[in-house]
Ligand binder design. Sequence first.
Ligand code: G6P
Length: 612
Amino acid sequence: MCGIVGYIGDQAAVNILIKGLQRLEYRGYDSAGIAVMENEKLAVFKKEGKVANLASQLNGNHLDATIGIGHTRWATHGAPSDKNAHPHISEDGKIALIHNGIIENYLTLKSELTAKGYHFRSETDTEVLVQFIADVHKNSSTSFAKSVQLALQRVVGAYGLVILNVDEPDQLIAVRKGSPLVIGRGSSANYIGSDASPFLEYTNEVTYLNDDEIAVVKRDTITLTNGKRGTLTPYFEHLDLELDAIEKGAFDHFMLKEIFEQPDRLLDCMRGRILAQSGNIKLGGISAYADKVYNAKRLIITACGTSYYAGLTAEYLFEDLCRIPVEVEYASEFRYRNPVLYPDDVLLAISQSGETADTLVAVDQAKASGSTVIGICNVVGSSIARATHEGIYTHAGPEIGVASTKAFTAQLIVLSMLAIKMASERHTIQESFRHQLILELQRVPALVEEVLAHADHIRSIAQKYWLASNFLYLGRGFQYPIAMEGALKLKEISYIHAEGYPAAEMKHGPIALIDAEMPIVVLALKDKAYDKVISNIEEIKSRHGKVIAIISEGDDAMKRQVDDYIEIPAVMEYFAPLVSVVPLQLLAYYIGVIKGCNVDQPRNLAKSVTVE
Ligand code: G6P
């Protein structure tokens, strides 16, 4: 969702901000803007649409300014437009503010300000906030930073804010509650971002703001305070991230790059955790809570979007291997449902970004109920990673394509390792079987590589079906969540309506949709459900539906039964989702590309959903 960049130093701020905004494009947005300070005045530029529109409006001007802020906006209050884009400016033209999050009591504040004679140019909650801060500052005799803190005491909601005030021209104010902000320390320059991507090429010395902390960021200093605890010493850490991890390289799109990276990222995810010599699994990230986790009475998995499907897949894994009851919940439902939680429950919160608002609240609730809460996140230092008791990072590297691919398979690897480890701790599997599982899991990256070699064939299938307006995806058992994930990928990337169903449920509704125009992707692997799936395929064929099947390599009988097929190598049922999802990612990708869609930044979608 919205992205933030701030800069103070001795270089042209405009260039750094525009480049930073381009790096933030992946988060999803519909307008962009910057404010820089020039000759003791604010120069503000805002444009609906892409950052490129904003850059062409600037046309290489305003290069003297060395301090500024920039924002990509994903509309919540008010349509995407120039006037609703950030930064928003106080009525006296002195204060510029950018904001990620939502101000819940903005209407109350707005009517108070209107009664005082303030006027508003936009429909946003953010403009209300900047006017409110300006009003509090006007009526107080403290520093601007103190006024911001005072004003925020009245504000209900979530925010990551960066503020520039021409009266205090040598500083940016950054403050956070519920929406992430990270500060990068450079040489004679400092940076602020909603994540590190806008400034990664200048520094990787970073400090993350915590809720209720306010930072005064000057060219050479960063002062951190928290209203209750006074001045704090910022803790800087070295971010282990290379620039090429956030660039496309030779690939046409980030999504394609990320699909093709999967074998390497899956190896990264297992590295150091599967111990070659002993054949043991070591999950250092949860060592302090290991007893609680392995002796849990129940597992509750909560997540959103693709991460939720990773959770659903894991339900099959944990129940089968660990004989533990598992519930999988959309975080947005879980948090509002007054869930029954016990101290011996373990909640696994899965999130690529580690910032999804609903998942974060679910984490807080579960912690408040006394349950143990473990995060499975990709982004190191993210809010969920920090809010949970302990966690296991997926180490998939930055995922820039909005539709999740490599982060999903990395989540499945982490969940597989956790399930094997838990099963062995609970003695629900034999030692020899544990060995077999570990050996098989280690084969997965090479199997994914084999599937990637079929990319051209998958593209030719995409060419055949891209004009369809509906798709159905069917799977059973471990392949049912993958059917749903495959359908989600197609929807996200190509805007084609697609539904994922358990294959047997087809008869209870979706079968009514089947005709000669309808492609149906069936996960038809040689697993426990194979015979049943064959019957489902026959039911489809007798209604003239077109079957695209994901089949086990060498299944000649199945090849004759279906219209098109993609073969995947044989793999144990537990880990088959890791392999079978890959052709579905590629199918969605190629259909999206053939249709001319913006596959990396699909319309209306955001990479990290930081509003509820
Ligand atoms: C958004 C993204 C999806 C992602 C979901 C959950 O909808 O577009 O790709 O699966 O959020 O995100 P998380 O970061 O919590 O995994």
